[in-house]
Write a new protein. Structure first.
Length: 129
C-alpha cells in the first residue's frame, strides 16, 4: 500500500499511533504496516508516513517503560507492535532480546531469520483493526 507520485499521504499524529497500539489485545499483534493502513484509511488517503510512525512507536515504547520504572502504567503494550514482516524492534527498551522476552511471556514463538528476530507465523496473530 505504498504511495506513488501525486498521492496524498498523512503525517501521523502521535496520539493516533498510541491509540492503535493501546488497542492491541493480549494474544494479538500489529505491525507498522497495519498501523499505517488504519490511520491512512481514517484520513481517506493512500498511505501514511512510515518514518514518523516508526519514530512515534519507539517513543511510545520508551515512554511506557519509563512510566513503569517510575511506578506508573501508560497502558501501552508496545511489545505487541512489530516491525514490517513481523520483525522485532531492536530500538525498543532493552533491545530485541527484551522484546523477545515480553512476546514469549505472552506465548508467541520468536525465531531467528538471518541476523534478525521475527515472530513465527505473526500473520496468524494480527489484530483486527
Amino acid at each position: 500500500m505504498g504511495a506513488e507520485a501525486g498521492d496524498r499521504i498523512v503525517l501521523v499524529n502521535p496520539s493516533e499511533v498510541v491509540g492503535v497500539m493501546r488497542n492491541v489485545p493480549e494474544g494479538r499483534l500489529v505491525t507498522i504496516v497495519e498501523i499505517c493502513r488504519k490511520i491512512a484509511g481514517k484520513h481517506r488517503v493512500k498511505a501514511c508516513c512510515t518514518l514518523t510512525t516508526g519514530i512515534f512507536i519507539t517513543i511510545a515504547a520508551n515512554a511506557a517503560e519509563e512510566a513503569v520504572r517510575e511506578g506508573g502504567n501508560l497502558g501501552i503494550p508496545y511489545w505487541r507492535t512489530l516491525k514490517a514482516g513481523g520483525f522485532l524492534n531492536e530500538k525498543y527498551p532493552g533491545g530485541a532480546e527484551n522484546h523477545r522476552r515480553l512476546l514469549e511471556k505472552e506465548g508467541f514463538t520468536v525465531v531467528r531469520k538471518g541476523s534478525k528476530l521475527v515472530v513465527k507465523d505473526y500473520e496468524k496473530h494480527l489484530a483486527e483493526l
